[in-house]
Design a protein around this ligand. Structure first.
Ligand code: ADP
Ligand code: MG
Length: 328
């Protein structure tokens, strides 16, 4: 892997922070084969010890997202390799990609990212709460720690998490004021949420390049490892699907796949907790069930016609994940 070499292809796709996203990479390869498109798939990471980077047609080592040169490095990779589509895979670089989308567009590269104000609402859980409340979506009551502590009556337990958190980091269930005070000092930027009991679901919502929601796949989270689903099942739940579609339309998120997280309570209420404006880790399940997001996205980039049914995927499919190896 050298930085200077460039590879020409009919359709070049670049995944940033590609890490462990081997399944997503392979689903794009499959989609290109289905479309009979000659495509190349590139990736970036900060280390060569990145499984998906090793499996790309070509991998690029870049500075960490927070580095001042991150965007210029990406722009130069895009230019040298005539990248037509850039796909983010984690939360880290969404903001910077959203802000710099026009610079990539000027080079003929489409970045699969929402507008900066949308990314901002998604990445600040206080703003997500306000957005959901204002637009009539059910969501757990969310307070600042100070405001929670000043409540005369608070329903315990509560859920503490950072308003700018990701990957389930720094979360805690607190059962009383003492625990709340204890964890609030240890969790950075904490918010205090009503603790929701119910079945956790994720929704993959596909927004096409004309910003229309075309398909919603709810998946039940059966088991989670390190913040990412390890066992999941597709559940064709009409109420979740229509609420998820309305949410993403109201927010104006997209294009691409937007990943929503919600709880379905025992009395069948749909309570949204998070919006991730990128591919979720469990998206291979939706793709396998027939929601061929990679194909629709490649067709969108190629400006060819898509045939998408809102509920055109297999119900009840179960995904059980396991670790695999890459040898160097
Ligand atoms: N209000 C809540 N009640 C119960 N569980 C919650 C609540 N908020 C979050 N969780 C749990 O914590 C996990 C991480 O929270 P989330 O809001 O998705 O933040 P992030 O993924 O950015 O860390 C969720 O997947 C869910 O299992
Ligand atoms: Mg989450």
């Amino acid at each position: 892997m050298t930085k200077s070499q460039s590879v020409a292809a009919n359709l070049a796709v670049l995944f940033t922070c590609i890490g462990r996203r081997v399944s997503l990479l392979n689903s794009f390869r499959r989609a290109a084969r289905q479309l009979k498109v000659n495509a190349s798939f590139f990736g970036t990471d900060t280390t060569e010890l990145s499984p998906a980077l090793q499996l790309c047609d070509k991998g690029f080592l870049v500075k960490p997202v927070a580095h001042a040169d991150y965007t210029s490095e990406l722009l130069s990779i895009v230019k040298r390799n005539q990248i037509k589509l850039l796909v983010p895979t984690v939360d880290l670089d969404l903001k910077v990609l959203a802000q710099n989308k026009p610079k990539f567009a000027a080079m003929g590269c489409c970045v699969l990212i929402s507008a900066p104000d949308v990314v901002d609402i998604c990445q600040d859980k206080r703003k997500t709460y306000r957005f959901l409340l204002k637009n009539g979506f059910d969501t757990p009551v969310t307070l600042s720690v100070r405001s929670a502590l000043s409540q005369k009556k608070l329903n315990w337990p509560c859920f503490l998490k950072p308003w700018d958190g990701y990957a389930s980091r720094g979360n805690a269930v607190v059962n009383n004021r003492k625990e709340l005070l204890f964890f609030a000092k240890r969790i950075p930027n904490p918010i205090c949420q009503e603790f929701i009991k119910g079945t956790e679901h994720t929704c993959d919502v596909y927004v096409d390049f004309s910003m229309k929601v075309r398909c919603v796949v709810p998946r039940k989270r059966i088991e989670v490892r390190a913040g990412e689903v390890s066992k999941g099942q597709v559940v064709k739940h009409p109420d979740i699907m229509s609420k998820a579609a309305r949410l993403v339309e109201t927010l104006g998120a997209g294009p691409g796949v937007i990943t929503l997280q919600l709880f379905l309570t025992r009395d069948n209420r749909v309570k949204f907790i998070e919006i991730n404006p990128r591919f979720g880790g469990g998206v291979p399940l939706a793709i396998k069930a027939g929601a061929n997001f990679p194909k629709w996205i490649l067709q969108g980039v190629l400006a060819s016609k898509t045939n998408i049914r809102f509920d055109g995927f297999k119900d009840n499919l179960i995904m059980l994940r396991y670790d695999d190896e890459v040898w160097l």
